[in-house]
Design a protein around this ligand. Structure first.
Ligand SMILES: CC(C)(COP(=O)(O)OP(=O)(O)OC[C@H]1O[C@@H](n2cnc3c(N)ncnc32)[C@H](O)[C@@H]1OP(=O)(O)O)[C@@H](O)C(=O)NCCC(=O)NCCS
Length: 186
């Protein structure tokens, strides 16, 4: 079983970078922080049951404090996680990657608040992941998506990912961002 990374003394959450969504609202994109436990739980509660299943591959009614604590404690040697927060400080999107042990690649995941679909939050998060992955010299970001998750498949195709079937797993598709290529929309 994996244990949460030990917490080092944490500075305050970085303010991150401002960005304007398609509806004109200004958000900030910043690294996730250990203080985000309850914020992440509230953000989870705003997801649709379908989104929860797509992201976790399970039906879950709530994000336990234990699970949220694991998600906010990111060991930089293993990966990164970012959130998008609104003017009130509420988390409206989250994305992360976890480094593969044996290759210069990482598994990513992204999710945004359904009330803000199509406003550019997902793209902003992917852009940040790709930029950080390139900085770390990674060649690829990949993700496992349910085959029926047309939203995520369309989103990643639009942003330049290829997709492939996974042997013996007809229910899932693997999407891949080849970081050696120019990803025009990211
Ligand atoms: C997929 C998801 C991240 C998209 O987030 P979003 O904030 O709505 O996306 P954006 O507004 O940044 O859209 C980026 C592009 O993708 C397109 N897009 C977004 N949702 C789409 C959809 N349902 N169908 C087709 N295209 C879509 C947008 O049109 C946009 O293209 P444009 O800039 O040319 O308009 C969001 O719907 C989500 O959280 N889905 C569930 C997440 C999930 O399944 N995660 C598990 C696997 S990682």
């Amino acid at each position: 079983m994996s244990h949460p990374a030990p917490i080092r003394p944490q500075p305050r959450p970085s303010r991150g970078r401002a960005f304007r969504a398609a509806n004109g609202e200004v958000f900030r994109l910043r690294a996730i922080h250990p203080d985000d436990v309850s914020g992440l739980q509230r953000a989870f509660a705003r997801l649709t049951p379908e989104q929860v299943r797509q992201r976790t591959f399970h039906r879950m009614r709530e994000l336990s404090t234990e699970a949220a604590t694991r998600l906010v404690r990111v060991d930089p040697a293993q990966g990164v996680a970012y959130v998008i927060v609104d003017a009130a400080g509420e988390i409206r999107g989250e994305a992360r990657f976890h480094l593969d042990a044996d290759r210069p690649s990482a598994e990513f995941a992204v999710i945004t608040d359904p009330a803000l679909a199509g406003q550019g939050l997902g793209r902003a998060l992917m852009k940040r992941l790709v930029s950080e992955a390139r900085k770390r010299g990674l060649h690829e970001l990949w993700g496992t998506v349910l085959a029926q998750n047309a939203q995520m498949l369309d989103f990643s195709r639009l942003l330049g990912a290829s997709r492939e079937l996974v042997a013996d797993e007809p229910d899932v598709v693997r999407v891949r961002f080849d970081l050696s290529r120019r990803l025009r929309r990211l």
